[in-house]
Design a protein around this ligand. Structure first.
Ligand code: COA
Length: 381
């Protein structure tokens, strides 16, 4: 029996506007909501573990549940398998300039091999794997940063992920105000429905493959500059422009050469990204009084008005996130890996949801190649 012919009228390039599944994890209709809760109070609370628990379990934790969840994540961060450190140490010698995103993709693959993760297990097993990944991945990121700089791996500090990771990446004990805004970025980055990396993860596990394979694919998808990689490109572009007086000419040149301006536009939000508005406000408050950071904010404000006037495009979350991370003293190369740390909560929640009600994800394509033709043996070509 032959397959039915694909219908041209159901085709949408890049799957734009196509509903590709159901989810109970987050919704972008009107307001962004995680499990029904509006993003704003979650983000302002800035408690990443609370949000990760909500995404994975469907309900906000009580005090005891949150303490247990946080303790298990911390324990996973502190007990990274020595085989992972060995692999990272060898890679740091062989390719110290490699992207930390490549290191994280490798780490998750190695962790899957160590765990002998072969097929999705019970919901309980998947939740335990998710908790371990939430701790292992930030610890591996910090380990890679140490090793690629030629330093021994420092210990993972006690406390919540936001405080511990910020301390490890900056090498200092961060002030509470910095931990709070960093936690807010993790909550904002945690989950966003059927984005490219989440869809990649769901596609992989829909075949019956394992959690670590799904996450490895997701990290690869997030790395691209049209997705998570944009936050690093935002700062690179702002540095390239240099100052507010150069913004108009720079933007004109980008448009003339048909290049995209990173941190603007979104597949779903056409009237602006609620997360960008919220974090942009916090960023401006955080840097008030710092002359260099205020100059960067002035440049950012000019860019926003140019992009709106010329292209009707508004900032997405990566636009303020890049400036916040820069103001926190973080190097550009960890911006997208921080997104990985946060989105691990959304990815694992989606993998668990997909496995719980699975059907193989396998769309169709419209064929545009040559008309049927006869094979010619090589001697006759
Ligand atoms: N800079 C310049 N032009 C942009 C743009 C940007 N950041 N984002 C969109 N456009 C243009 C497109 O080129 C297109 O122009 P055209 O009609 O002349 O071809 C038009 O705006 C409409 O874009 P659209 O097709 O709706 O975008 P998309 O849904 O296919 O892509 C993004 C969405 C996010 C990939 C895109 O906006 C982009 O590349 N942004 C920059 C990267 C980024 O910030 N990524 C993070 C996303 S959260």
């Amino acid at each position: 029996m032959t397959a039915p012919a694909p219908q041209a009228d159901s085709f949408s390039k890049g799957l734009a506007g196509i509903v590709a599944g159901r989810t109970a994890i987050s919704s972008l209709e009107g307001d962004l909501r995680y499990r029904g809760y509006s993003i704003e109070p979650l983000a302002l609370a800035g408690d990443f573990e609370e949000t990760a628990y909500l995404l994975l379990h469907g309900e906000l934790p009580n005090g005891g549940q949150l303490a247990g969840f946080s303790a298990r994540i911390s324990a996973a961060a502190r007990s990274l398998d020595p085989a992972v450190i060995d692999v990272l140490a060898r890679l740091a010698k062989a390719a110290p300039d490699a992207s930390p995103m490549d290191a994280l993709r490798t780490v998750v693959s190695v962790l899957g091999q160590i765990e002998r993760d072969e097929a999705p297990g019970s919901r309980q097993q998947l939740l335990a794997q998710a908790e371990r990944l939430l701790g292992q991945v930030p610890a591996a990121l910090a380990a890679w940063i140490d090793l690629s700089a030629g330093r021994p791996v420092a210990a993972w500090p006690d406390g919540p992920i936001a405080a511990a990771l910020l301390a490890r990446l900056t090498g200092r004990t961060p002030p509470d105000a910095h931990i709070r805004v960093f936690g807010t970025t993790l909550v904002l980055y945690a989950e966003h429905e059927f984005n490219a990396s989440t869809f990649a993860a769901r596609t992989v596990v829909s075949t019956g493959s394992d959690m670590h394979s799904g996450i490895t694919a997701a990290i690869g998808a997030l790395k691209g500059p049209l997705h998570g990689g944009a936050n690093e490109q935002v700062l690179a572009q702002l540095a390239e422009i240099g100052s507010v007086d150069k913004a108009d000419a720079w933007v004109a040149e980008q448009f003339a050469t048909k290049r995209v301006v990173m941190g603007f536009g979104h597949r779903v939000y056409k009237d602006g990204d609620v997360r960008a508005k919220l974090l942009g406000r916090l960023c401006r408050d955080m840097v008030a009084g710092d002359a260099a950071a205020e100059a960067l904010e002035a440049l950012a404000a000019r860019m926003e008005s140019l992009m709106l006037d010329r292209k009707n495009l508004r900032p997405n979350l990566d636009w303020p996130a890049a400036r916040v991370y820069h103001a926190l003293g973080l190097p550009i190369c960890v911006f997208t890996p921080i997104f990985v740390v946060a989105r691990m909560s959304g990815w694992t929640a989606h993998i668990i949801e997909q496995v719980g009600d699975n059907r193989l994800i396998r769309p169709m394509s419209l064929y545009t190649g040559p008309a049927p033709r006869d094979y010619l043996p090589i001697t006759g070509r």
